[in-house]
Design a protein around this ligand. Structure first.
Ligand SMILES: Nc1nc2c(c(=O)[nH]1)N[C@H]1C(S)=C(S)[C@@H](COP(=O)(O)O)O[C@H]1N2
Ligand SMILES: [Mo]
Length: 236
């Protein structure tokens, strides 16, 4: 593989992509965009630009690695913060250490992408969203959360009710190791009840907002309430 191609210059407007292309890209991607480990090490952070809006690469342990931008944000512990703001009494800015100091929870849950692949029994460790929100003291006018990725413009939303489901978490470890860059380091949203696109990677900010809005893929036609097995045309 030669030097990694630069992405971003000729990227089409992502909103033009619909479900059909999403699926076509994934299906094509699994067979044609498979890069070996050596190639992966070589590109060091620049993922395949072939699919401008979506780049599945290196399936490992059943995972497909997705980015919408073709570039994975880098985690720098010195500068990274998890900002908690919006409709709150006191905006909070957590360092990675402070995040790690919050009550730790662990769980084993299955992960499902809406395109049909799943990974069973993923071992996650992290924090409950309530423990992150508590210090910020959300206003009563806030009924939903906006999860903002370092990968602009990836965002998604959950109602406060959805965010407080028993197994929803902000995960900083996967299968016993710090969350890897390609899986959203340093921390990602995990909501096993919903399809993968709700599980925002590379989190940098959580805002308390009045109501849910359309997240990145939802702007392209996917359901806001992405319940596994009963949304996006499944189970209906
Ligand atoms: N920032 C960001 N988060 C994201 C995505 C993405 O492209 N960018 N893809 C979503 C989709 S569609 C899925 S299925 C999962 C895939 O998680 P993985 O890349 O760790 O396998 O991440 C979700 N979170
Ligand atoms: Mo997905």
């Amino acid at each position: 593989m030669d030097s990694p191609p630069v992405t971003g210059e000729h990227e089409p407007e992502p909103r033009r992509y619909g479900r059909r292309l999403f699926l076509a890209t994934v299906v094509g991607g699994v067979s044609s965009l498979y890069w070996g480990k050596a190639a992966w090490d070589h590109v060091t952070g620049v993922v395949s630009p072939v699919a401008d809006a979506l780049a599945p690469i290196i399936p490992t342990g059943g995972w497909r690695i997705y980015t919408i931008s073709g570039h994975m944000p880098a985690f720098d512990p010195a500068t990274w913060r998890l900002e908690v703001g919006g409709l709150v009494e006191r905006p909070v800015s957590l360092t990675y250490q402070q995040l790690r100091a919050l009550p730790r929870v662990e769980q084993v849950s299955d992960f499902h992408c809406v395109t049909g692949w799943s990974v069973d029994n993923v071992h996650w460790a992290g924090v409950r969203i309530q423990d992150v929100l508590a210090a910020a003291r959300p206003h009563a006018s806030g009924h939903a959360l906006r999860f903002v990725s370092m990968e602009v413009p990836y965002v998604d939303y959950l109602t406060l009710g959805q965010a407080s489901l028993h197994d929803v978490m902000l995960a900083y470890e996967m299968d016993g190791k710090p969350l890897r860059r390609e899986h959203g380091a340093p921390v990602r949203l995990v909501i096993p009840e919903m399809y993968g696109y709700k599980n925002v990677k590379w989190l940098q900010r959580i805002d308390v907002v009045p109501a849910t809005e359309s997240g990145y893929w939802e702007e392209l036609g996917y359901d806001q309430n992405a319940w596994v097995g009963r949304s996006n045309g499944y189970g209906t």
